[in-house]
Design a protein around this ligand. Sequence first.
Ligand SMILES: C[S@@+](CC[C@H](N)C(=O)[O-])C[C@H]1O[C@@H](n2cnc3c(N)ncnc32)[C@H](O)[C@@H]1O
Length: 355
Amino acid sequence: MAETLRDRAALEFALTLRRRWADTLYPRLRAEYDAAAASAPLHRPEDVATRVHALPSYGGFAWLERGAQKMLWRAVMNALSPAGEARRPAGDPPDVVAGPATLELDPELRLPEWYTAWDIHVQPGGVWSSRLAARVYEVGAKLVMLGDNDDYKFHRLFVETAIPRREYRRIVDLGCGFGKSTWPLKKAHPQAEVIGIDLAAPCLELAASRASAQGLAIRFRQADAASTGLETGSADLVTSTMLIHELPLDALAATLREAARVCAPGAALRILDFQSTGDPVRDLAMREHGARNNEPFMPPMMAADTARLAEAAGFRNARWTAFDERSVGRLPDLAWPARSEWHFPWAVLEAQRDR
Ligand SMILES: C[S@@+](CC[C@H](N)C(=O)[O-])C[C@H]1O[C@@H](n2cnc3c(N)ncnc32)[C@H](O)[C@@H]1O
């Protein structure tokens, strides 16, 4: 992707910083915490932050999390911009590779204020502001997984291990982005009508284009996940991956109600997102990641009882299980294998629509 030596060096540097932050700095912070905790145990969870903030490695750890992320976006933007990627005037016809995927854009849709107010993930202009933003997001999303997701294994694992194996007529993927969560649903269930919903028109254009290039007949539809415009009781599976931590709690509750509305009786709900681990250092780092990565709604989402919210919306048997993105995918309980490096506490919320 990077054509010049300068762009390749910038990308390499940003990724190396990120890798060392995860595999060297985080374990060092953790070891410092464990040493301090051994000599002076803490009894109240609220004291953990004070203790962690006083550790020698904390300043570097906190700064590097945000600094390396900003550097990565800049490096990706620089690498894409000179190639003239998608910098075309507004009003150009959609940039869709002809093929079986379809695109339903809504020119009347007003993006919610909470959605445009933050450059989510510290990506300048968010994922919605231009075609370049969508391309930058596509490339950045691959790079941040540090080579472990070049073939989108993460979402394939989700589909293979967290989705009930049965015939589906209609599958709805809420907050589908540029489509990496939606394509594997169609590949695994080619007979189903698969619909990806997102607010961001540039992401949907890219999603449809990439789906068509793979021969996937997916409907990509611009709408709020809380108001999809789809027929009541028409879906037998509703999914979302990496969406709900981006929603304020009232929008999350409305999205769960909308999911319940479009679900047929007995339909499945599967949501991939984050949950707390019970490890005070990891949970604090995750809470603070929300602030350092411009994800203001992540900490309230993680503190909320989202399983209860799903049940209040009309689902039953709602429960979270852990998800190990490296190999096995969905785990039977909300417990993750031990890992020394920093990683996200991925988890799956599973529930069933009342009959
Ligand atoms: C982190 S991305 C995840 C994309 C995709 N599901 C994946 O796993 O790669 C979150 C996506 O949700 C979209 N989004 C956020 N709030 C939304 C809402 N209320 N309705 C529809 N899409 C939304 C964003 O535009 C973005 O594309």
